[in-house]
Design a protein around this ligand. Structure first.
Ligand SMILES: CCCCCCCCCCCCCCCCCCCC(=O)SCCNC(=O)CCNC(=O)[C@H](O)C(C)(C)COP(=O)(O)OP(=O)(O)OC[C@H]1O[C@@H](n2cnc3c(N)ncnc32)[C@H](O)[C@@H]1OP(=O)(O)O
Ligand code: NDP
Length: 515
């Protein structure tokens, strides 16, 4: 049987979401490990004042593409951007481009989605469900299409504790929901959203579940694979360890903790933290594309792409490794020393929010005001609390995913493909991965230089000294206030001071004797 790279040789691949986190890694890996692939058609929209072409040129200049640039400097010639806005009718693809795509595409990877947890339902539905439906309609017009790979999420069915590699019945018939929301005012939709999403935490997981059903409906006509990654994190090995370019999922939490801003968060120490490196997800995705095209399974195959059942790691362990990693490799200009704790107790968390978030923010904003600057810390904390509040659902619960199809797929790969498209997470060493992840957030998300680490360490020492001074002054202040008011407090104070003197005299005497 053809190897994965042999299969992709001469193939035209269509990718949505190629400018996103996972899409970029997919494009890079395809070009690097399947150098004979004919062309990658990527659906891109103009954004933030940049044309489609400008966005793609910026994308391929990024560090992620350094390795493929070295191997084949002309790699960009294989990337063919197609203008498309996925929430428009017909995906806003011009008739000429539609014809071009339908006549040549062999395989589709559908990565585009809105992954925001606070997305209004109508928009999430338009992008995650209706656009998927439109892409499937386009796919059906492609005579050479061999596989349609849809990227879902392991949390599409997070209202269940045990999740098999099956498509569960939808919470509502997608067509009915689409028809009803079409005529509804945004304010009405906002009001009924909690009722509609029911026991799911947000519109993202809800619409991703609906999208799976939409995809399943076409599985009689197309060869389909559905990839369900859990929490996608920085790369494990490829193209280099620790590559990450966004604040999503745990990355923003790690950075906020590394900067000393985040000191407390609600999470269950003993719950499995189902992180999965992005390169593992992409390797599995490419292998699933190959398998789907070669074996043409009759029903859509679902791949739960998770680590918890194979190589579990827990939030408590993550906390420990993140904190120690940022102490070894500190971020620049930290607000406080990194020292975050997770707790599952609501009240304890609220207490620490008050003491370790709100109080320091208040003092710092006061300092900014007094020095003629604009206060900003309270605002930063308000945004952080909003983001953390949306993530807590996932860090406080445990799920069990069955990942038999991942194992089955691995069994079908040749020894060579198993190395090139490695998704065997049994080999993942978590402490090393977390260390590289934290360094990756520093280097690639915050663009900080590793050569500045000594200065960052010096800054942490300065912060420690400020804390010691502040604590000492506070203690003295509190005692002085008490001493002025109560005889008993005064007695205790004199007792403590005399004890300290006695201890000091004892130390001095014993050091004189020793000399
Ligand atoms: C105590 C510490 C120890 C560490 C151990 C414990 C760690 C526990 C971590 C728990 C993490 C659990 C994560 C679970 C996720 C599972 C989900 C399932 C997986 C998926 O299928 S999808 C991927 C996940 N999706 C997301 O993560 C998206 C979530 N984000 C949002 O919904 C929105 O961004 C949010 C949070 C509502 C904020 O919206 P808004 O205020 O409108 O801000 P913007 O998004 O426009 O961003 C503005 C600006 O801020 C940057 N940003 C975004 N998030 C953060 C952040 N968390 N920290 C810092 N900065 C952030 C963003 O990049 C923007 O910057 P610009 O420069 O572009 O303006
Ligand atoms: N990140 C994670 O932890 C996980 C992600 N997933 C799934 O993986 C897939 C990729 O996620 P990820 O890469 O992290 O997401 P990103 O947000 O990084 O990327 C989303 C992509 O979709 C594109 N897109 C969004 N809206 C439109 C639109 N209206 N028209 C055209 N393109 C659009 C974006 O384009 P643009 O650059 O123009 O905005 C971008 O390329 C998603 O399906 C997600 O559900 C699953 C599990 C976990």
């Amino acid at each position: 049987m053809a190897s994965i790279a042999d299969y992709y040789a001469g193939k035209n691949v269509l990718i949505t979401g190629a400018t996103g986190f996972m899409g970029k890694v997919l494009v890079e890996k395809l070009l690097r490990s399947c150098p004979e692939v004919r062309a990658l058609y990527i659906l891109v929209r103009p954004k933030a004042g940049q044309s489609m072409q400008e966005r793609v040129s910026d994308m391929i200049k990024c560090k992620l593409f350094d390795r493929v640039r070295e191997d084949s400097p002309d790699f960009h010639q294989k990337i063919i951007p197609i203008s498309s806005e996925l929430i428009q009718p017909g995906l806003a693809i011009s008739p000429g481009d539609q014809e071009r795509l339908t006549s040549c595409v062999h395989i589709i990877f559908h990565c585009a989605a809105t992954i925001r947890f606070d997305e209004p339902l109508k928009h999430a539905l338009q992008l995650n469900v209706i656009a998927t439906q439109q892409l499937l309609s386009l796919a059906q017009k492609m005579p050479h299409l061999q596989a349609f790979i849809h990227i879902s999420t392991a949390y599409a069915n997070c209202n269940r504790r045990h999740i098999d590699e099956v498509i569960y019945p939808p919470p509502v018939e997608p067509r009915k929901l689409i028809d009803s929301l079409e005529w509804m005012d945004d304010s009405i939709v906002r009001e009924i959203t909690p009722r509609l999403i029911g026991d799911r935490p947000n519109t993202y997981t809800y619409t991703k579940a609906l999208a799976e059903c939409v995809v399943q409906k076409e599985s009689g006509k197309l060869s389909i694979g559905i990839i369900r990654p859990s929490i996608v994190g920085a790369s494990w090995k490829e193209p280099f360890p620790g590559w990450i370019d966004n604040f999503n999922g745990p990355s923003g939490v790690f950075i906020a903790a590394g900067k000393g801003i985040l000191r407390t968060m609600r999470a269950n120490n003993d719950a499995v933290a189902d992180l999965i490196p992005v390169d593992v997800v992409i390797n599995l995705t490419l292998a699933a594309g190959w398998y789907t095209a070669v074996h043409r399974p009759k029903a859509a195959l679902v791949y739960n792409c998770t680590t918890g059942g194979i190589n579990p790691f827990h939030w408590g362990e993550i906390e420990h490794h993140v904190m120690s990693s940022f102490k070894r490799n500190p971020l620049e200009q930290a607000f406080r020393r990194p020292n975050a704790n997770i707790t599952s107790n609501y009240l304890i968390n609220q207490y620490w929010i008050l003491v370790s978030h709100r109080f320091p923010a208040l003092i710092y904003d006061l300092y900014l005001r007094l020095s003629g600057q604009k206060p900003q810390m309270m605002q930063i904390f308000n945004r952080l609390h909003k983001a953390i509040g949306l993530l807590e659902y996932f860090s406080s619960r445990d799920w069990e995913w069955n990942s038999e199809n991942m194992t089955m797929l691995m069994g079908h790969l040749s020894p060579e493909d198993r190395k090139t498209f490695n998704f065997d997470v049994r080999q993942l060493c978590w402490p090393e991965y977390i260390e590289n992840y934290c360094i990756g957030t520093k280097k690639y998300v915050l663009n900080e230089d590793m050569s500045d680490i000594p200065a960052a360490r010096q800054h942490l020492r300065k912060l420690r000294n400020i804390r010691y001074t502040f604590n000492t002054l506070s203690l003295v202040f509190i005692w002085r206030v008490f001493i002025a008011r109560s005889q008993m407090a005064r007695n205790i104070w004199y007792f403590v001071v005399s004890l300290c003197f006695k201890f000091l005299s004892f130390v001095r005497a014993s050091s004189t004797l020793a000399n």
